[in-house]
Design a protein around this ligand. Structure first.
Ligand code: ADP
Ligand code: ZN
Length: 726
């Protein structure tokens, strides 16, 4: 027997298919990932066909081994791969690699579902540790751990570098303690038993009517209108019909809360997929799916590729979220994948959001999607009162972080034992460090953007490429003691809060405090069970989370997203602020929201204040129409990337000329300009944007353009159709 094996040819990943012998000791299936000899190397490939004979006249080699034994792409996913290729212009090989989860270990490692968390605490007096730190500055990971411990007394073990932990344990400077992880969430069980409100029942009935057809529903339901219960009831129905369901959520932090509710109700029928799983957990979940033991998959973007058979529904919660678009190759959107699969399985796709993306809402209004609305909060909960605070006069009074109103409200809520959420969409301590004497600014040598200072580790980090340096005591350029910390980040906000509200229990959630497994769940769970009074964090805290005891939401700087130079910045601002406002007042306590801004008359903020999505939608649609932006046109972004500045610049002009002379269907070609991240990891990047209406013609031209660059090893193109941002 012989196998046709798809491989990726050379660096430019051109698809090629070659025939290989199937050795008798291997059992090979179509869709398996294999290792095959190619030239004098072993490379990965996918088996796309098995045949009895072969008629080539070259010497035939044999498949060497199977990668991830037992796992393979089924017929549906092999077809979906072709679709990804056509939709994103990636190679078929890249599409297949993306759909089969990486890092599967062939041996199952015991899943870490234990009910205890491991913590580290100090085992010596503070001054001994301080001395150790100053003598061991070169061991950055140990320094980070010890400084965190000195500040917090107790830290989650899995957040830190294991070899540093072991060194410090051996030296008896720290020790390990166990603490119970989860408390039982009664509310989840209760929710599943609740009777639906009239609005919920209407939405449920409408989708249920079409449960055996493909079709897309857009559920526009304000925050707190009870979308989760509708999802649960639809999934129950699907399971009753002996079919399966996929539900996507935008972030890991939401899988925790959602999956807990689903575990409680559906028990072992649920599998959870997100990037935070260990290889062992992924393996276990995937095996269960292949054994057909799973009825519901919950997960982030890539969970859309889980090979569930007989799908009965696909749900995408918070459908507007930009995390559904992958921003590296293949640049697919989970919504497109879901649409394709819902057609394949003849089942509905439900897109849910309080702030639908403009394109989805436009389709809903046009009737391409069936638009369903939930306009009321469940029970007696009402939408919170939103107050806009002009920060210009506050700044004159010396209040750069907190307005008087916000301080007063925080105190008030702390007194009443109600909870507070504060949003600041920038992590780190300060977003740049400059010298007051000579003007020197710490910048990333690879990306040329300012480095963010992280106080806990006394280091400066690039938030794009991860480059890290220890901060100097004096200016590295003029050697004066004049370093100045500018631009507020969450880490500094936390310290400010702690010094102002000494007895308040404060927890921070951002990419730095949640980089390890289980840390999201832990923070959310602890806050929900009232272990903390204030939760502060980046946009991570804005979505979907349901905390009944929160009565105040403060947005420290509502302008951060408004000022991003992107056509979507209003849309992103509206959804972020409306979503975060929606975290307040979700039960019988009244909610209040304070938006601090230097643009108090901004129309988008006004719409947030009035909780009026449709007013915002109409306003923004007019702008988009006027300026020719989506959803009135489609966009394609092309980046021309090279380590050589002149080369990148010259080729960018060539590409633009090529496009202008080959596109003949009223497309608009803009640029080249320098890309937003002009220098990224030593690469220079230029950008061309195309506005277009017909996809087929454009794809044809882009494919031929790409081929021109396949042979060029010094310049490469990144083509992004419908980019998340430009
Ligand atoms: P959304 O996702 O639409 O913002 P949720 O699904 O989180 O809203 O629901 C908001 C709150 O209302 C939750 O605390 C939930 O337990 C409660 N809830 C939802 N549906 C009902 C119902 N039919 N009866 C009583 N409470 C409900
Ligand atoms: Zn960098």
């Amino acid at each position: 027997m012989f196998a046709s094996v798809l491989i990726s040819y050379e660096v430019k990943s051109l698809d090629k298919t070659f025939t290989y012998k199937i050795p008798s000791n291997l059992s090979i299936k179509i869709g398996m990932k294999v290792k095959v000899p190619f030239g004098n190397k072993l490379i990965n490939g996918f088996v796309i066909d098995i045949v009895n004979s072969y008629d080539g006249n070259y010497e035939i080699k044999a498949i060497k081994e199977v990668v991830n034994e037992g796992f393979y792409l089924n017929k549906e996913l092999l077809e979906l791969g072709e679709y990804i290729k056509s939709k994103t212009l990636c190679s078929l090989m890249t599409a297949y690699e993306t759909m089969l989860p990486k890092g599967l270990k062939t041996k199952s490692i015991k899943s870490d579902y234990s009910t205890y968390d491991k913590y580290l605490v100090l085992n010596k007096e503070d001054n001994i540790l301080k001395e150790y730190i100053s003598n061991n500055q070169r061991y950055l990971n140990q320094v980070i751990l010890l400084t965190d411990l000195l500040n917090n007394k107790k830290v989650l073990k899995n957040k830190y570098h294991i070899s540093s932990i072991n060194t410090l344990l051996k030296k008896e400077l720290i020790k390990e303690v166990l603490e119970q992880k989860y408390r039982i969430n009664k509310e989840a069980k209760e929710l599943c038993m609740m009777k639906m409100t009239e609005e919920q029942a209407m939405v449920f009935d409408r989708v249920n009517e079409d449960l055996n057809k493909s079709g897309t529903f857009l559920l526009y339901g304000i925050t707190g209108s009870g979308k989760t219960l509708v999802y649960i009831n639809l999934i129950k129905e699907v399971i009753k019909n002996n079919k399966r369901a996929i539900m996507l959520v935008p972030e890991i932090s939401l899988t925790a809360q959602t999956s807990q509710i689903f575990y409680d109700y559906f028990g072992n029928d649920v599998a959870v997929f997100h990037s935070g799983l260990s290889a062992g957990e992924k393996y276990d979940e995937y095996t269960k799916i292949l054994r057909d033991e799973i009825k519901v998959v919950i997960g982030t973007r890539s969970a859309i590729f889980t090979p569930l058979k007989d799908l009965g529904i696909i749900i995408i919660d918070e459908e507007h979220s930009d995390t559904y678009k992958q921003d590296n190759n293949p640049r697919y959107h989970a919504r497109d994948m879901a649409l394709w699969r819902s057609k394949y399985h003849n089942c509905p796709l439900v897109l849910g959001s309080a702030t639908p993306s403009l394109e989805s809402m436009a389709r809903g209004i046009k009737g391409n999607y069936c638009l369903l609305k939930m306009t009321k909060r469940v029970g007696i909960a009402t939408y919170p009162e939103v107050m806009i605070v002009d920060m210009a006069p506050e700044l004159k009074k010396g209040n750069s972080i907190f307005s008087e109103l916000l301080l007063k409200k925080i105190e008030e809520k702390l007194d009443k034992k109600e909870q507070i959420i504060l949003l600041l969409n920038r992590r780190g301590y300060s977003t740049f460090v400059t010298c007051q004497n000579c003007g020197y600014t710490y910048k990333c040598p690879h990306c040329e953007i300012s480095l963010t200072y992280h106080k806990s580790s006394n280091s400066l980090r690039c938030h794009y490429c991860g480059f890290t340096v220890l901060k100097d005591d004096k200016c590295p350029s003029c050697k004066e003691d004049a370093l100045n910390y500018l631009g507020l980040g969450t880490e500094k906000l936390e310290l400010e809060l702690k010094s102002r509200f000494k007895t308040a229990r404060i927890v921070r959630m951002d990419a730095d405090t949640t980089s390890n497994k289980g840390s999201h769940e832990k923070i959310i769970n602890d806050f929900k069970f009232l272990d903390y009074d204030i939760l502060l964090g980046t946009q991570m805290i804005s979505k979907g989370l349901d905390f009944p005891n929160v009565s105040l939401v403060g947005v420290i700087n509502a302008d951060t997203t408004l000022n991003i130079p992107d056509y979507k910045s209003n849309e992103n601002t509206f959804s972020l602020l409306n979503q975060v406002s929606g975290r307040a007042g979700r039960s019988n306590i009244k909610g209040e929201v304070i938006l601090q801004t230097f643009n108090p008359d901004n129309f988008t903020l006004e719409c947030v204040k009035e909780n009026d999505y449709l007013k915002y939608f109409n306003y923004e649609m007019n702008i988009r129409k006027e300026l020719k932006y989506p959803p009135y046109v489609y966009l394609a972004g092309i980046k021309i990337v090279s380590k050589d500045y002149d080369m990148a610049s010259k080729e960018a002009s060539k590409v633009a000329n090529y496009l202008r002379s080959n596109l003949k269907n009223n497309e608009i070609v803009l640029g080249p300009t320098t890309a937003t991240m002009f220098k990224n990891g030593d690469n220079y990047r230029f950008q061309i944007t195309i506005k277009y209406k017909e996809e087929d013609k454009l794809l044809e031209v882009l494919r031929s353009l790409e081929e021109l660059y396949l042979v060029n090893k010094k310049v490469y193109l990144e083509i992004d159709l419908n980019p998340g941002r430009i």
